[in-house]
Design a binder for this molecule. Structure first.
Ligand SMILES: [Zn+2]
Length: 345
């Protein structure tokens, strides 16, 4: 009986040693310790033995069981820790799979380029919430009470604030200029800051108009400054961004918050001023309105117009990007079409 048990142990350990997979270990476990195993048969045949033999055989069988259990667990752990995570053999000579690489949107790129140019001239970067109020987007900026921009047709008003006072009557900002008074009220003058952001207009979408688009406004408030020095600054900024000499001209323009106001044009870079589809054949592109700050706006910002002066420029980011790349449809920028966007990587 004792020899028989030694044989079972020796053969069992050999079987365990030969296993190579977790499945094989499970098979061997069943084979060595299951209902039909040699070990179980020995235990079942103990009834014919003497009490002393029963005790010895029982003890030996338990030892063997424990030994098998321990070795099977060790073997299983060894197989699992050596197992490759790959289903197939690894071939280091195969070409890799390329990972998709993102890029900044062309409008964001332009915005960053302008930031660099303005910050190098000592401007501060300011930002504001997209939701503003009638007081800040119209009243403070000298818009007449019956100005069409105040109508439901032109501005997105926030439901539920219709009957509130001007400060609490909320809307999606139709322009950035309202933020200038908020900043001046907060930090006072002198000031020079830029405040890029998205603005909203309730209008029909076509190749030149969008319901939401980006503006990039810059403002200077100081003593004794003229708009002609502003024009030099605009030329400097554009030349920094485009990396070449840029011709700029001013025409008279009217905006409630300026006096006088100007439209600032730059020479079309696509055709060099000769006339093309992008500039609608006139050789110039309107890139920004601007002007000297209206005295009423300075008053709204608690500044004395006799003491302070200043000017705005409001750069149409999309227009500049259209100039940079010769894009002729503004809707492409917000289309989310990767075939278009991938060209700007
Ligand atoms: Zn042109």
């Amino acid at each position: 009986m004792k020899e028989n048990l030694e044989k079972i142990l020796k053969q069992g350990l050999e079987k365990i040693e030969k296993t190579k997979t977790v499945e094989e270990v499970q098979e061997v476990r069943k084979d060595l310790m299951g209902k039909n195993s040699e070990l179980t048969k020995v235990l079942k045949g103990m009834s014919s033995l003497s009490a002393e033999e029963k005790r010895e055989t029982g003890m030996k069988a338990t030892e063997i069981r424990e030994e098998f259990t321990k070795k099977l667990e060790e073997k299983e752990g060894e197989i699992i820790s050596n197992k490759s995570v790959l289903d197939e053999p690894l071939d280091l000579t195969l070409p890799g799979k390329s990972v998709g690489e993102g890029a900044l949107h062309p409008i964001t790129q332009m915005c960053y380029d302008l930031n660099d140019a303005f910050l190098s001239l000592g401007f501060e970067l300011y930002s504001e919430d997209d939701i503003s109020s009638e007081k800040f987007v119209f009243d403070n900026l000298n818009f007449a009470a019956d100005h069409p921009a105040r109508q439901m047709m032109d501005t997105y008003w926030i439901e539920g604030t219709e009957n509130k006072n001007a400060e609490e009557r909320l809307c999606l900002r139709p322009h950035l200029t309202g933020g200038s008074v908020r900043k001046l009220l907060k930090d006072g003058a002198p000031a020079r800051f830029i405040y890029p952001g998205r603005v909203y207009r309730n209008e029909d979408v076509d190749s030149g108009h969008e319901r939401a688009f980006f503006q990039y406004e810059a403002l200077i408030v100081d003593k004794d400054i003229s708009f002609s020095s502003g024009l030099v600054m605009i030329k400097t900024i554009l030349e920094k961004v485009f990396g070449r000499e840029i011709k700029v001209r001013m025409r008279e323009g009217f905006f409630p918050f300026t006096e006088p106001g100007y439209e600032i044009d730059m020479e079309c870079l696509v055709c060099g001023g000769k006339g093309c589809k992008v500039c609608k054949n006139n050789g110039w592109i309107e890139v920004m309105p601007g002007g000297v700050i209206h005295p009423n706006v300075l008053r709204a910002a608690n500044l004395d117009p006799a003491e302070w002066t200043g000017f705005y420029i409001n750069i149409g980011l999309e227009r500049l990007v259209m100039m940079r790349y010769g894009v002729d449809d503004i809707r492409l920028f917000h289309s989310g079409d990767l075939r278009f966007l991938k060209q700007f990587k």
